[in-house]
Every structure is written in C-alpha cells, then in structure tokens.
Design a protein around this ligand. Structure first.
Ligand code: EPU
Length: 431
C-alpha cells in the first residue's frame, strides 16, 4: 500500500508550478473523437484520470502518441471499435463524455455508467435530456448508457434548458451538438473555465460554438473538424489547493502558471482570512504570517466558490480563529472526510449541507484515510498544519487529480514523503 507521511509545522517557501486542468483535459481528450486528423494537446497533466481516458481511447483504436511530458497527440480518424471497456469506464467520471462524442460522430454509443468520487447521488438525467432533445433514443440498461439516433442518421440541433447548472451535462451536450445538423441552444449552462476551454478546443478544430462562459451557449453544427494543436488551461483547483496549503502552513510561495481571474473567488476568501495575496500576470504570490480569521463560505457553480475547494478550505478553517460556517451548495454528501479531520482534533459539526467549524489552536497528526480526491488533498493540508506525524492512505484518490503533489510540496519545504508498506493492498481504484 502507498501512503503519504507528513510531519507538520514547516512553513512553505518557494515556487510551485501549476499543471494543466484535470477537468478540462478529461473532456478535451474524448473530444478528439470528433476530429478527423491528429490533435496535438499540450499542457496535459500527468495524473491517473488522464492515463485512464487515454487508455480508453487506445482501446477504441485511437492512435495515441506521447510527444513529451505534457504533450500528447491523439488521432481518432481510424476508430473502428466502439465498445468502451467496462473495467476502465467505471473508474472515471469523465467516461460519460464518450457518450456525447461517440453519438455525435457515429450516431451510436454504448458506454458503461461512469464512476468517480462518491459525493452523494450523481444522476445524468440532464445529459440524457440533452441527447433526446437532439433526436437520440437513450436508455440505461445492464449498466450501460445506450444512445442511438434512429436510422443511423446524424443528431439534429435542439433546445435544452438545464434544470440545474451541470458542468458535465453542458460539456456533453456541447460535444454531441458539434457535429449535429443545425443549431443547438443550451440554456442555464455551466460557466466554469473548463467549459470555455472545451469550446475553445473545439472551435480551434473548426467547430462553431458561441457563448461558452455565459449561461446560454449556441452550437451551430458543422460536418467535420480537422486536426490542430491546443494547449489546456492551468488547473484552477490545483492552484486553489496550494493556495490553501500556504494559508494553513504559513510562509511565502509564488504559485505560477495560473489565470488569476479564475481564482478570484478563492483569493477573496483567503484574503478575508488574513492571507496577503499579490496578483501578477500569470502568478499569485501568497504570504501568511499572522493568525487566520474565521469566514463563512458557500460553494456554488462558477464564478462562485468551487465545491472542489470545499474540503481544502475546511482544512484551513480548522486552524482559523473563531467559528466558520461552511455550506455545500452543489453536492448532497461532500462531508465524508469530517470524521478523519476529527481524528486530528478538528472541531466540526455537520448538519445536512452545513458544517460549523470551530477553529482550534493546532491539529495533531494522526493516521487518516483519503476518501476521495479533494478530501485527500485537504488531508494533506491538515497534515501540513498539524503538530506531529500524519499518515494518509487511499492516496490513489489524490493521484487521480494532482500531478506529483508530494514533490511539489517537498520542493517548497514541506516534510512530506511517499512510503510503500509491503503486505497491505490498496483498495481497487474506485475513481
Ligand atoms: N446533476 C443532476 N443531473 C445531471 C447532472 C448533474 O442532478 O444530469 C446535479 C448533480 O447531482 C450535482 C449538480 O447537478 O448536484 C452539479 O453536478 P455537475 O454535473 O456539475 O457535476 P459533474 O459534471 O458530474 C464536475 C466535476 C466535479 C465537480 C462538479 C461541479 C468532472 C469530471 N467532474 O462533475 O469534479 O465537483 O463538476 O463543479 O469534471 C473533482 O474534480 O473533484 C470533481 C468531483
């Protein structure tokens, strides 16, 4: 079994380079299925979710070439196999993007229901509503999402009003609509930076998508996309996680390769807590010396405070002065990590979607379990701020979404290392 061992108490000093955005990469790579020709994709993060999605494309017959550490070339011109392997698809949430992409290109898709972090119910009814509005017949049976356009025709443009703001449904409908006949309009669309990134990728290959980043997206279907080169945006949540780490551990760190605008909501909260943040062109300089002050935080779709930063900000609030109220506005059950924090001495009460956190003078190191990706990252932050030794297992969750997190933190002075414990098995990757 692989674990992370952290001896807390070191302030962080130096520079951290942010990688490409996970949630953009896992949509852009399947989007290559729509393209006739080779897509060279740059700034690809080296994380296990990306490895998995590339492996799925290889299984489908795509030609996938690694150009260098952060660049891959994906050519799906000669795809023949359309059966997505269950064992791979169930391990990753983003496998649902294969439905939109395959349906758009071939008018037919059968994809195993996706996996992903356990954050409460994760329905896909809005994705399906979108495909149906474009003329597909969709049903879920034997663990598969089966979608087809009757008569083997192309999808046709449709109008979709999303009942709730959904990142996945917005991107999946965009993928499906790209090669559909006519215009598709998505209303109440999500506005996350990765939505804009996917639209920019598709447009750079010849698609006609307007309005991404607003709540109405119009997609004029085209007959063909051609190959090209595209660079993925920096990861908003990875940057936010290191910002939270500096807040909790103290010190002075330059966080490089970011789009500061994407981080405004996180910057504002940390500044309110007493972190000094200086914005530069593509970097943020964070400094924290004095005590942290309590704040209230409510997560919501972009440009609100991201749900994917909720556990990390909770870790910081555990060591802030006073009582903070944290409200989860996106997922039903994103507080499964709280019991682990309590082992470290955190004072947290949860009632439904609200957590009340009373700051303590210090946390104490403990053996804890990373129950999902962002909770795992938050446990690292708690460990950095704690007195004594923290040992985290279940780190495969963290490695799904953070490139070389141990090395990046060790390089700025954190006492963190990876250990391999013989004789104990990692649980199978739930994804
Ligand atoms: N929802 C529905 N029906 C749908 C789709 C969503 O009811 O058809 C609900 C969900 O249950 C949830 C809300 O709508 O309450 C928002 O879900 P959304 O569809 O936006 O989430 P997602 O696309 O499944 C992506 C990210 C998540 C991130 C959310 C919200 C990927 C692969 N995953 O999930 O990222 O939390 O958007 O921003 O892009 C993570 O990276 O740690 C992570 C979990």
């Amino acid at each position: 079994m692989t674990k992370y061992q952290i001896r807390g108490g070191n302030p962080l000093h130096g520079t951290i380079q942010i990688s490409g955005a996970k949630n953009a990469a896992v949509a852009i790579i399947p989007a290559a299925l729509l393209v006739d020709g080779a897509c060279r994709i740059e700034n690809v993060p080296q994380i296990s979710d990306v490895t998995l999605i590339l492996q799925i494309l290889r299984e489908l017959g795509a030609d996938v070439r690694t150009i260098n550490r952060t660049t891959v070339e994906v050519d799906c011109s000669h795809i023949r196999n359309r059966q997505v392997p269950y064992e791979l698809a169930r391990r990753i949430r983003a496998s649902y993007y294969l439905v939109g992409a395959l349906l758009s290109r071939f008018g037919w898709a059968e994809v195993p229901l996706p996996g992903g972090c356990d954050l409460g119910g994760r329905p896909i009814d809005q994705h399906i509503k979108g495909f149906v509005a474009m003329g597909a017949e969709v049903d879920v049976r034997s663990g598969l999402i089966c979608a087809r356009v009757p008569g083997g025709a192309r999808l046709s443009g449709g109008q979709v009003y999303l009942d709730m703001v959904s990142v996945g449904a917005t991107m999946n409908i965009m993928l499906a609509a790209t090669l559909a006949q006519g215009m598709t309009i998505i209303e109440n669309a999500a506005k996350e930076p990765h939505i804009v990134d996917l639209a920019n990728f598709l447009n750079s290959m010849g698609a006609d998508i307007r309005g991404a980043g607003t709540d109405v997206i119009k997609i004029h279907g085209v007959t063909r996309l051609r190959g090209g080169t595209y660079s993925i945006i920096p990861d908003q949540i990875e940057a936010g996680t290191y910002m939270a780490a500096v807040a909790a551990a103290g010190g002075e760190v330059l966080i490089k390769n970011v789009i500061p605008k994407h981080l405004d909501c996180i910057t504002a909260k940390l500044a309110e807590m007493g972190v000094d943040i200086e914005e530069q062109d593509d970097a943020l300089l964070l400094r924290r010396e004095g005590p942290l002050t309590r704040v209230n935080v409510k997560t919501m779709p972009y440009p609100g405070f991201p749900t994917d930063m909720q556990p990390q900000i909770a870790a910081v609030l555990c060591v802030a002065r006073g009582t903070s109220v944290l409200t989860e506005g996106v997922w039903d059950n994103r507080y499964r990590y709280v019991d682990e924090f309590r082992r470290m001495g955190a004072q947290i009460q949860v009632d439904g979607k609200v957590a009340v956190i009373e700051g303590v003078d210090h946390l104490t190191g403990a053996p804890i379990h990373a129950c999902d990706l962002r909770a795992g990252a938050a446990m690292i932050i708690a460990g950095l701020a704690a007195q004594g030794l923290t040992e985290i297992d279940g780190v495969y969750h963290i490695e799904r979404g953070y490139e070389t997190i141990v090395e990046k933190l060790a390089a700025v002075g954190a006492d963190i290392r990876t250990i391999h414990v013989p004789g104990e098995e990692d649980q199978s990757q739930a994804g």
